[in-house]
Design a protein around this ligand. Structure first.
Ligand SMILES: C[S@@+](CC[C@H](N)C(=O)[O-])C[C@H]1O[C@@H](n2cnc3c(N)ncnc32)[C@H](O)[C@@H]1O
Ligand code: SF4
Length: 360
């Protein structure tokens, strides 16, 4: 799917979870459920102000992420989404944890234009799910997928994590086969990352092994591509035409506004992020103060280079001229040269960061 440069995204952050997974460093809290309503009211007011002030005209994609958006009352979340002005064919995604999705959620979301759900599945092997500290079971995933489809939301992404120390390559194969069996149109598979400050970081015995993660990645590419999913960014596979428009906007350095605590925004090279806690965000909106915590503006060259680094991770690739002849030669099979464009080969995707630093 081609990216239209006039695309404009809206991100809404929901910072609540039933409990914190021990590998997760996202801005989310499991002890602030009393704030759900106040928080959603603040997000709605913040969006309404952006509309009134002409900062938000029409969104082409909306992504509600977390935390666990499906944890808050779906009708209250729908009230927030309803005030976002959108184009007629907007893509609207809500991230959901499988155990918390009901027909009531799907109905409330769909009524305000949600056409895509992204489920945090992570694994389809019970002992791996337990070791990741997840609240759901594999049966919840099957039920959530059927509930979404029965309620009329067909566009589904399933998020996976590979590389837990308890996960064998056979376990990972089982997860991929079961996921493919569910027939989503989009799959994201992330290498388990050790994030500083998490309980996982403090427990080296459970840290993932690089070689095993590389094998797991290659298996994902093999099985997903054989099942008709095309890799369009290192960690993302989609059936033709089902690429996530909101993700494409990020990777194309598009413009977007983020609402809610810790949400990031970007407009024409300036990017900023909101205060981190829900309390501070609620207070800022109440006091009509800025919700911004900090900002940075990229100069032309840094922006150009970042654009290349992002593009290298996608099937769009980069112009051949952005790599030295020597690098083109030495990187050999890690690259696929296609006319004046260069893309990463499957093996190259495993070394994307090392290759990205050579772009000029
Ligand atoms: C922040 S979560 C929000 C969605 C939902 N709460 C969930 O957990 O599925 C979005 C995705 O980030 C990924 N993720 C979170 N922490 C990660 C980590 N340390 N390493 C790799 N992936 C991670 C998971 O695949 C997860 O589905
Ligand atoms: S449910 Fe998702 S957002 Fe919440 S702690 Fe776990 S990984 Fe993080």
């Amino acid at each position: 799917m081609a990216v239209v440069t006039s695309d404009f995204g809206v991100y809404v952050h929901v910072p609540f979870c039933s409990r914190r997974c021990d590998y997760c460093a996202f801005a989310t809290w499991s002890d602030r459920h009393h704030l759900h309503d106040q928080y959603l009211d603040a997000v709605r007011v913040d969006i309404e102000r952006a509309v009134t002030e002409g900062r938000l005209v029409e969104a082409t994609s909306v992504f509600v992420g977390g935390g666990t958006p499906s944890l808050v009352d779906p009708h209250r979340l729908a009230d927030v989404l309803a005030v976002i002005p959108t184009v007629a064919d907007v893509e609207m995604t809500v991230e959901c944890n499988p155990e918390s999705v009901t027909a009531r959620h799907v109905e409330a979301y769909r009524a305000v234009g949600v056409d895509r759900l992204s489920f945090g599945v992570q694994s389809m092997v019970p002992h791996v799910l337990v070791s990741l500290g997840r609240d759901h079971e594999t049966t919840d995933v099957k039920r959530a997928v059927s509930t979404a489809r029965a309620g009329g939301i067909e566009r589904l992404n399933l998020d996976l994590i590979y590389g837990a120390s308890t996960e064998s390559l056979d376990d990972w194969r089982t997860t991929l086969e079961r996921i493919i069996g569910l027939g989503p149109d989009h799959v994201s598979a992330y290498a388990l990352t050790v994030e500083a400050g998490t309980p996982l970081a403090d427990d080296p015995a459970r840290h993932p092994d690089d070689d095993q993660q590389a094998d797991a990645y290659l298996l994902a590419e093999e099985l997903l591509s054989a099942a008709g999913y095309g890799n369009y960014e290192i960690s993302n596979w989609a059936r033709p035409g089902q690429e996530c428009r909101h993700n494409l906007l990020y990777w194309d350095q598009g413009d977007y506004l983020g609402f809610g605590c810790a949400a990031h925004s970007h407009l024409a090279g300036r990017r900023w992020w909101n205060v981190r806690t829900p309390e501070r965000y609620i207070a800022a909106v109440r006091d009509r103060a800025s919700t911004e915590a900090a900002a940075e503006t990229l100069d032309g060259d840094r922006r150009r280079l970042e654009g290349l680094q992002l593009a290298l991770r996608t099937t769009a690739g980069v112009p051949r001229s952005t790599l030295d002849a020597e690098d083109l030669e030495s990187l050999g099979d890690l690259l696929v040269v296609d006319g004046d464009r260069v893309r990463l080969s499957v093996e190259g995707r495993l070394l994307a960061n090392e290759i990205a630093v050579r772009l000029r």
